[in-house]
Design a protein around this ligand. Structure first.
Ligand SMILES: Cc1cc2nc3c(=O)[nH]c(=O)nc-3n(C[C@H](O)[C@H](O)[C@H](O)COP(=O)(O)O)c2cc1C
Length: 376
């Protein structure tokens, strides 16, 4: 018996069919000079087109939301042209690809942003950490400038415009980055959100920024092409646990069901020593949210298969394993041992540690594979 049967089986969604249930998790590889995806990015993503779905690395919706050194954006024509090459390559190889849309908010440094534009945030609460800047310097992250109400609305709009651009380029959909302590989560969190307008205070108000983005994006590009990543209880990027965290996420999950979006992608990072999402929590989400659920964080082929078999997930996302194993799905199929990537190449190194990992098994699905389409 193939013990990876479900993981390797197709999944029909309202807009397209995924050839298996293995998702390449979004991974920022920081090789995008001037925030433009590198000329090697099409090959990097194309090599990984055996995944049922690739979620391309977090890409900024505005120049003041790039945050990290050499992270890409999706807010200008040069970036769109570079992303189009990535999309075309993945499609030519029979893959499907979403892009993760991010605004980093208070996480980052002006030196990493086009024109040195300042960081912006819900409130002037700085993250207590340093960040890499040009010349391999490390500087403390400054306090963000506070967005006025019109500024918040402009950033909702920036997410919508980026989503529209992504679909025009040819991406199969977008994932809104509502996780890991970036701007939407900074709005959710009472420590970083001390606002007194309609975007601060109650759970409904703190959730408004995220939900306005989700509503605007689903209206603009279609709910069947819209997903979200969330990381409840993850305490990433200097956001401590807070009393209303479970209630806040329950509120959001219910609202996302109302919006009927394609998927929720739950992220935890147990391998980094951070809290893991529990089976009980997944069950609770499953009860309120009936569309697709993606689970990410420290998964193996066997643990992913077990989650699928137990009905706790529809898709399993893998991050680090995709770095050194471009043919991850085929390695899963053939029970081939996985290579390990060295942390030194995660976020820098040009083509080294990026497009030079060996491919042992070639994806058997023909480039022109046509899978059954769901009824519209
Ligand atoms: C190099 C690297 C870059 C990452 N960049 C992103 C990112 O852009 N967006 C995101 O949501 N998560 C990001 N993550 C987290 C991964 O998507 C994933 O959730 C995490 O690595 C845990 O899964 P894993 O144990 O399979 O690696 C990144 C992780 C790594 C290792």
């Amino acid at each position: 018996m193939n013990t990876r049967e479900k993981l390797l089986s197709p999944l029909i969604t309202p807009a397209f069919t995924l050839k298996n249930r293995v998702v390449m998790a979004p991974m920022s590889r920081r090789r995008s000079e001037q925030a433009i995806p590198s000329p090697s990015a099409p090959l990097y993503y194309g090599q990984r087109a055996g995944a049922g779905l690739i979620i391309a690395e977090n890409s900024a919706v505005a120049a003041n939301g790039v945050g990290y050194l050499n992270a890409p954006g999706i807010y200008n024509a040069a970036q769109h042209a570079a992303w189009k090459k990535v999309v075309d390559e993945v499609h030519n190889r029979g893959g499907k690809i979403f892009v993760q849309l991010v605004h980093t908010g208070r996480i980052g440094h002006p030196l990493n942003q086009e024109g040195g534009v300042p960081l912006v945030g819900a409130s002037a609460v700085k993250a207590e950490d340093t960040i890499r800047t040009p010349g391999n310097e490390h500087y403390p992250m400054p306090a963000p400038e506070v967005l006025d109400t019109a500024g918040v609305k402009a950033l909702v709009d920036a997410h919508i415009q980026a989503a529209v651009a992504a679909i025009a380029i040819g991406f199969d959909g977008v994932e809104i980055h509502g996780a890991h302590g970036f701007l939407p989560e900074q709005f959710l969190h009472p420590v970083t959100n001390q606002r007194t307008d309609q975007y601060g205070g109650s759970i409904a108000n703190r959730s408004r920024f995220l939900l306005e983005i989700m509503e605007g994006v689903t209206t603009a590009i279609g709910k069947e092409r819209t997903g979200i990543r969330l990381s409840p209880f993850a305490v990433i990027n200097d956001l401590p646990a807070y009393a209303e965290e479970a209630a806040t996420h329950q509120y959001i999950t219910n609202a996302l069901q109302q919006l009927d979006i394609l998927y929720i992608h739950l992220s935890s990072q147990p391998l980094n020593g951070l809290p893991s999402i529990t089976t009980n929590y997944i069950r609770e989400v499953r009860q309120c949210f009936r569309n697709l659920l993606i689970i990410a964080g420290g998964q193996t082929a066997d643990s992913g298969e077990a989650l699928l078999q137990a009905g706790l997930a529809d898709l399993i996302a893998y991050g680090k394993p995709f770095i050194a194993n471009p043919d991850l799905v085929e390695r899963f199929r053939h029970h081939t041992p996985l290579a390990e990537a060295n942390f030194d190449i995660f976020y820098e190194g040009g083509d080294t540690g990026y497009i030079d990992f060996p491919i042992i098994h070639h994806d058997p699905s023909p480039a022109t594979a046509s899978f059954p389409q769901a009824a519209q």
